[in-house]
Design a protein around this ligand. Sequence first.
Ligand SMILES: [Zn+2]
Ligand SMILES: [Zn+2]
Length: 121
Amino acid sequence: MRNRANPENCRALNRKYLATDKGKAARQRAQERYRAKHRLKLIAHGKVAYAIKTGELLRQPCWACGEIAQAHHPDYSRPLDVVWLCDKHHKEVHAMERDLRSQSHVNTKPGNTPGFSFQEQ
Ligand SMILES: [Zn+2]
Ligand SMILES: [Zn+2]
């Protein structure tokens, strides 16, 4: 948390918590959630690529600025429900989502968001 008074204390507490059984279970759950999400993401990208090929989904310009866009998934469980965003706005949206998440979640290691990439198509 950027605006917390003492981030060091917060991290120490986090480490301590993760060493407890409860903490370990929570971490495992988070990993499972991450893996499940990652799987959904791969499936979603495959479906978008296929739908574009068959003409079911039309490539559109960036929703914000009209530039050439990539498909962004607000919800990977609805693979063809995409928002078209250019590289720049796509990154902005992901940064925004990450911010929102970090406000509602206990952060894992700062700077360690494994596998996070912007290579969606
Ligand atoms: Zn844009
Ligand atoms: Zn995206």
